[in-house]
Design a protein around this ligand. Sequence first.
Ligand code: ZN
Length: 390
Amino acid sequence: MIEKFRRVRIDSDLYELEIDGGKFTRVEFDRGDRTPEIGEGEWDAAGLLYMPTLADMHCHLDKHFIGERWRSRKRIDTLPNQLHREKELLASLSGTVEERARILLNLMLSHGTTRIRTHVDVDPELGLKHLEAVLKVREEYRGLMDIEIVAFPQQGLLRSRSYGVMREAMQSGADLVGAVDPGGLDRGIEPCLEQVFGLATEFNAGVDIHLHDPGHLGVYTIERMAEYAGQTGLQGRVAVSHAWGLGQITEAESADIGHKLREQGVSVITSVPIDRQMLNVPQLSSMGVDVRVGTDNVLDAWSPFGSGDMLERLGRLAEKCYWVEDEQLLGAYRYGTDKQLSPKVGDSADFVLVDAMNLEHAMASAPPREWVIVGGKPVAGRRFEGGLNK
Ligand SMILES: [Zn+2]
């Protein structure tokens, strides 16, 4: 069936978008001078602005508390203490992991996110319980949400003796091998990275490590990760999440590590922290390092904050970097989407309609997502949920 979206605004003009088989087949100027007659499979955007759907490269589908009763938190003193508290809190939740995953996926979809990378807890105690639930839910959302899964030994790969269960997780269908602070938590950068890259090589998988280790400990770990990426032929498939250490060094040191990241194709993924120094996004990007953004915490054991809204998070990045010029505001989209900023014939018809003056304004204001369209079909958004079809 052919779908049509009439009076969709791109910059200051209105367009008619025709979609067949989930892809744009026609993008045509629409005079839009009168309310169009709307037939089956047609929608009137009535001048709402076109925005691409977004990719959230760091989240945890299995660990939020949305829909549960309020849980009080303590300030994080040491990582081992926090890990212990998180275990207890997670064990006290009433909902199933499947339910939790669906709740967050629906929330993210309603914000216009259609691609995510989720870390999923794995350890000898939990076994594959969380992973199996997320793998099941991934099937339910196939075609709506593109989901990459990192097998994530939250309690420390070495520390919790999770190598065996991580291997099972990779066998069961996880896409990437995770870890946490090879130095600070696992107390063994080399043995930890050997296990991580050994598994990644064995399963032809990517790597994505949570790295909170500060300053030069963090930087040294990242350097070793880049070297391992080169040695194992995993260039372009290795990522460092958080990489807080990169925010605590000089610009010259950051440039030095930036060269190594670019050479070995190692990405960095930031959640745009506002409670600490962030890695130097403008510098690393201008050097050609792949920098991505993820929302990470949403009402979980680590933080009561977070909305799972990538547009809001990208706006925070722009604000933090003082990107106020039009080109800079538009440039901020590259950290949160692989898609073009306007529809092109042949591309997948995944887009969001918002009430904003232009994409710069949308970046700065994160307006409500009125419609979220995947493969040419409305699937979420404020007006979709309100049942207003016209
Ligand atoms: Zn995380």
